[in-house]
Design a protein around this ligand. Structure first.
Ligand code: AMP
Ligand code: MG
Length: 406
């Protein structure tokens, strides 16, 4: 059986970046991947500005004990017109333009004010409390580059520099369907032997943070002809086809055969738990991912194989996963052979990270994910892990807290 790393490498070789790009409004660009370097169209700040509330001072007037006349005010959005002359000061607020002739801003706490007069309680260095034009961003510096994924931080920075549109990789078109006679969509009453289709919901939710346009083809019954037809339709429109179910070795597992007829399987079955029956191949121009039907297997194989492929198709470089060393609390049973990903909860304890599995790890139990914030990696060669073992954990890309609560 192919191991996880070799499977990842094979998949990488099959992945051909989508080169089409589009120009879109910056405010619609969350999760999109930049396709061309954006350079700052202006300096930021665009003018010398005060960093504090205080008084603008002339170079001659920076010494302790100086008495000055306040001749005007500069507020954010309302500059003081006219230059600053020796012997005078201008009241200035944070973010306000620095009057011509200003050498420094003294903070209001360091002066005594009496009517129009101020008295300096200390000496000031030239340049103090002035944010120079362009000190944050100099015009023409690179803000984001090809392969960067846009998030709130990058988008707000671009907006501050006056950028309103951005060239990004076009969204990856993902055709999605579930297979199984037993599946129906949530919202409908369950008939005998039926279950709700959790995988399509899981996959739609998971891809929603990436640059993906989903073509949802619904639930397809365990019927070889229907599956083949759906694959053919999907391959005409999609860059990737993601299915769930029907790839193991049961009597009703027709997906792999259908791919063999319409395209080709590149690899099938991986030394992975959960997720062993994963099938990867091609149908027409589309990459094909046949994810196993058990919901936990579907999610694990999505995270390990589909998500990185989507990013690569968009032109993102491969990045290192968020991996931490942690000390295991509780034991994990494991037979040698497959690499296992166990849902866990990690927390920091003093100066180390501790992690515990989230209970019964059966691949049908989504409950193991509902509480998890990481995956514990159990190496192929491990013969079970005991309390105190140092394990690698992969942080799940979820937002489970606020920075002020840890
Ligand atoms: P399969 O891979 O088709 O043999 O499915 C394995 C197990 O996962 C079976 O118990 C299926 O009923 C279940 N399953 C398959 N697809 C889904 C789905 N979309 N949502 C929830 N459970 C599923
Ligand atoms: Mg099935």
């Amino acid at each position: 059986m192919l191991n996880v790393d070799d499977a990842q490498r094979k998949l990488r070789d099959l992945t051909v970046r989508v080169l089409e790009t589009e120009l879109i409004p910056l405010t619609e660009a969350t999760g999109r991947v930049v396709a061309a370097t954006v350079r700052a169209p202006m300096d930021l700040p665009p003018f010398d500005a005060s960093a504090m509330d205080g008084y603008a001072l002339h170079a001659n007037d920076l010494n302790l004990g100086r008495e000055l006349v306040v001749v005007g005010e500069s507020r954010a959005g309302h500059a003081h017109l006219g230059p600053l002359v020796p012997g005078s000061a201008v009241r200035i607020l944070t973010g306000a333009p620095i009057p011509k002739g200003t050498a420094a801003v003294v903070i209001q706490e360091d002066v005594a004010r009496d009517g129009d007069q101020i008295l300096l309680n200390g000496s000031i260095e030239a340049g103090e409390n002035i944010r120079r034009r362009g000190h944050d961003v100099a015009k023409t510096r690179s803000l984001v580059a090809s392969g960067d994924r846009l998030d709130a931080y990058k988008i707000s920075w671009l907006a501050a520099c006056g950028v309103t549109q951005i060239t990004v990789a076009r969204r990856i078109r993902m055709a999605l369907f579930s297979t199984g006679d037993e599946l129906i969509d949530p919202g409908n009453p369950l008939g005998p032997g039926q279950i709700y289709d959790a995988n399509r919901v899981a996959l739609r939710e998971l891809v929603s943070e990436r640059s993906v346009e989903v073509l949802d083809l619904g639930v397809i019954p365990d019927d070889p002809t229907a599956i083949k037809q759906t694959l053919d339709t999907a391959s005409e429109a999609a860059d990737i086809i993601v299915t769930s179910g029907g790839v193991s070795v049961g009597d009703a597992d027709y997906v792999k055969d259908a791919v063999d007829q319409s395209g080709s399987i590149a690899f099938w079955k991986i030394a992975l738990k959960p997720g062993k029956p994963l099938a990867v191949g091609r149908v027409g121009k589309a990459l094909f991912f046949g994810l196993p039907g058990n919901p936990v297997s579907t999610i694990i194989t999505y995270l390990l194989f589909v998500a990185p492929t989507i990013d690569r198709l968009c032109g993102m470089p491969d990045n290192t996963p968020y991996r931490l060393a942690a000390i295991l609390q509780g034991s994990i049973e494991h037979r040698q052979g497959r690499r296992e990903y166990v849902r866990g909860i990690f927390e920091t304890k003093g100066n180390h990270v501790s992690v515990s599995p989230t209970g019964d790890q059966s691949s049908n139990r989504l409950a193991t994910f509902a509480k998890a914030n990481c995956l514990i990696v159990v190496p192929e060669e491990a013969e079970g892990l005991k309390t105190g073992a140092v394990v690698d954990i992969l942080l799940l890309p979820t937002d489970r807290g606020h920075i002020w609560t840890g």
